[in-house]
Ligand binder design. Structure first.
Ligand code: MSP
Length: 510
């Protein structure tokens, strides 16, 4: 069976990781874990994008060699992954020989096929931004915006990739592959973009301007434009693993869908006769006070500090619960704390405490077998009968936020069930019917807890494992079976207590 192959964007190795990078890794990890739970073999790739002007400039500014610079930054991105409990199968760096070789082979192949040509280009060039400008970049009064610094008209020979030639093919492809880009409104945006004629893509930079890149195999006076290098990572990482390509999904941010992924990449592959990825997921942005997240600024809270304070599960839970994949979300530490306290500490944490505590007090620390179900049990089971399958269906459509909402609603209902059954009252009754109800209620809450954490396993794997352990439960190999209400816990010894989501310590009074 072909592995389910999923990738993240590779992060620019010119700054430290921030919430936006972390989110994309967590989202991809959640999808990867979800597919594994469904029985797929998964190959999950992430990595760093290490060439280009900005990296060269950052290294120079620090007075170190570009390679030493990217080694350090790439390591920072790599170190973030275990902190987030993100477990990729491979981490690719575009400075690795295994990648450079494939980029050069692909360039040579496209050049030999006549897909790449050399041409003179005359235009306005910004030295500061190291890019050619277009008329539309001018201020309304005809001057150039400050950010471009000195702008001069230059003529330069470069290599161009024939994008235009494949435009009609791309339009037809997208029109005949509904749902290729998730969410659907982004696919419409790609088609909208393709209504204008494409310019061929300049894929080279003269070496005298940019040293830090992969030399063109057919002209070593030039290096490869960074997108033509970076996009290839998805393919270069698996050329030596037969049967993994094509990717099932590239998970990327909305800013790099059009044109890099939806236009350059698809046309590059098509022109080279390589199979296309099966889909693209374009997620939205995390914003802080309405602005795109960037390197942490000044004394503003760095959202990634929350990982160390609250643990990876709480952080992953928040990201998946808060963001509707494809939309933007505003990040505030207040909102994080609200969800942490009300959903994890109070709702889920409370159910865990009660289950362990009452099983210890009223059943000698072993989960009883359920006896005859009455209306409260039946109602809770019915709720689960809808929730369980919905969690799977929602996950298949990347609706993790709704799946979590539904699962938490089930936890809320379970806590309400406990209030209603009041095992502490049943425990005082000598009536054998009440004693049976007590055993049934303890069995029911333990089973409901087991189901709830099973349903969130891909999001909060550490918590699921801990709860299973205190319930004496060893999950079976088939995840979907774990979502079926049963009597699997009967007889299991439980731990007396488990602190899952401790209350944050109050900041010391100033
Ligand atoms: N190096 C390119 C990608 C090459 S992929 C062949 C790049 N790097 S990046 O570091 O700028 O961004 C990496 C990923 O993080 C992108 O998918 C980008 O959309 C995502 N995010 C960066 N900031 C973000 C937010 N504030 N919110 C969510 N994700 C955003 O682009």
């Amino acid at each position: 069976m072909k592995p389910f192959y999923i990738t993240t964007a590779i992060d620019y190795a010119n700054g430290s990781p921030h919430l936006g990078h972390a989110y994309e890794k967590v989202l991809t990890d959640v999808i990867a874990r979800f597919r594994r739970q469904l029985g797929d073999t998964v190959h999950f790739l992430t990595g760093t994008d290490e060439h280009g002007q900005k990296v060269q400039a950052s290294a120079r500014a620090r007075g170190i060699a570009p390679q030493a610079f990217v080694d350090a930054v790439s390591q920072e991105f790599r170190d973030l992954l275990p902190r987030l409990d993100v477990r990729p199968d491979d981490f690719i760096r575009t400075t690795e020989p295994r990648h450079q070789r494939v980029v050069r082979d692909l360039l040579q192949r496209l050049y030999d096929q006549g897909e790449i040509y050399r041409a003179e280009y005359r235009g306005f060039y910004s030295t500061r931004q190291e890019q050619f400008l277009q008329e539309k970049d001018r201020n309304p009064d005809g001057t150039w915006p400050e950010l471009f610094g000195e702008v001069t008209e230059i003529t330069e020979a470069n290599y161009f990739f024939r994008l235009r030639k494949h435009q009609d093919w791309l339009v037809a492809f997208l029109q005949s592959h509904e749902g290729y880009v998730f969410p659907a409104f982004r696919q419409s945006q790609v088609l909208e973009f393709l209504k204008e004629p494409l310019n061929d893509l300049c894929i080279s930079r003269p070496r005298e301007r940019l040293e830090w890149g992969i030399p063109l195999p057919f002209d070593d006076q030039y290096v490869t434009y960074v997108w033509f290098d970076a996009l290839v990572n998805y393919y270069s990482a698996v050329v030596d693993r037969p049967g993994v390509w094509p990717a099932d999904y590239h998970v990327i941010g909305k800013d790099i869908l059009v044109p890099p992924h939806a236009v350059y990449w698809l046309i590059m592959l098509h022109a080279a006769g390589i199979e296309l990825p099966k889909g693209i997921i374009a997620h939205g942005w995390w914003l802080q006070r309405g602005a795109k997240m960037s390197k942490s600024t000044g004394n503003a809270l760095n959202p990634l500090d929350l990982v160390d304070q609250f643990g990876s599960d709480a952080f992953r839970y928040f990201l998946m619960r808060e963001m509707n994949v494809g939309q933007d979300s505003d990040f505030t530490p207040e909102q994080f704390l609200v969800r942490y306290n009300s959903e994890l500490a109070n709702n889920l944490g409370n159910l865990v405490n009660r289950t362990l505590n009452m099983t210890t007090r009223f059943a000698g620390g072993a989960v009883p077998a359920a006896e005859s179900a009455e209306e409260p049990e039946t109602a809770l089971r019915e709720l689960w009968a809808q929730t369980g399958p919905d969690v799977v269906a929602l996950g298949e459509r990347f609706q993790f936020h709704t799946a979590l909402e539904r699962t938490m609603a089930f936890v809320t209902a379970t806590n309400a069930y406990v209030e209603r059954r009041a095992p502490w009252k049943l425990g005082k009754s000598a009536d054998p019917a009440d004693q049976a109800r007590l055993r049934t209620s303890l069995a029911t809450m333990a089973e409901a807890l087991r189901l709830a954490v099973a349903a969130m396993q891909h999001v909060i794997p550490g918590t699921t494992a801990k709860v299973n352990a205190v319930l004496g439960h060893r999950p079976g190999a088939v995840w979907k079976d774990e979502l079926v209400w049963g009597g699997r816990l009967a007889g299991n010894p439980v731990a007396p207590a488990l602190v899952l989501f401790p209350r944050p310590e109050k900041p010391a009074a100033a």
